[in-house]
Design a binder for this molecule. Structure first.
Ligand SMILES: CC(C)(COP(=O)(O)OP(=O)(O)OC[C@H]1O[C@@H](n2cnc3c(N)ncnc32)[C@H](O)[C@@H]1OP(=O)(O)O)[C@@H](O)C(=O)NCCC(=O)NCCS
Length: 148
């Protein structure tokens, strides 16, 4: 059972989020987050999916960020699911929640720079590639988008 919450920048939940993102998205590439990078997300929509285990302990199962890109378009960034919970539908539920949040905030297009290795995941959720492959954080990506 997942409990979705909007995470407040700088809160305890935020620090748990940065830790998960670091583990899933940065360490495997030999990278870390800089303070300047993190400061830029102060006005973003920070989404957390929390999981409760049998002992009622709550922990962050996955997360993503929505960054306003233009009046119509919001960019999904930093999509990460805890390694132990990958492949169990958590990522799909996060995207569905993110799409709902984007619509509620007045956006009509959701766009992302998808890692090539994750493009199939977004395709299953109705996203289409737009343009050529490009490199970001040293690995191949595609821009993908969907009209909500
Ligand atoms: C990619 C990621 C976010 C997907 O979340 P998840 O919880 O593992 O995925 P789900 O279980 O919700 O999968 C939903 C569907 O997508 C498929 N899928 C999941 N990951 C996939 C991938 N990398 N490539 C192709 N299909 C994938 C699943 O098989 C499932 O298909 P089904 O509907 O036929 O059963 C997660 O695995 C992750 O954090 N990976 C490492 C970091 C990463 O790549 N982040 C994305 C950066 S752009």
């Amino acid at each position: 059972m997942l409990d979705f919450r909007i995470i407040e920048y700088g809160s305890c939940d935020y620090h748990e989020m940065v830790k998960l993102r670091d583990e899933v998205l940065r360490k495997p590439l030999g990278l870390t987050f800089s303070e300047e990078y993190l400061q830029q997300e102060i006005n973003d929509i920070l989404i957390g999916a929390f999981h409760k285990d049998e002992d009622n302990n709550t922990f962050l199962a996955g997360c993503c960020i929505l960054s306003p890109f233009s009046e119509d378009t919001v960019q999904l960034r930093q999509m990460a699911v805890s390694p132990a919970l990958q492949g169990k539908g958590v990522g799909r539920d996060i995207i569905l929640f993110a799409e709902k949040s984007a619509t509620e905030n007045g956006f009509h297009i959701l766009m992302m720079h998808a890692r090539k290795t994750a493009a199939g995941f977004y395709e299953k959720l109705g996203y289409e590639t737009d343009g050529e492959e490009f490199t970001e954080v040293g690995i191949p990506h595609y821009e993908m988008r969907k009209r909500l």
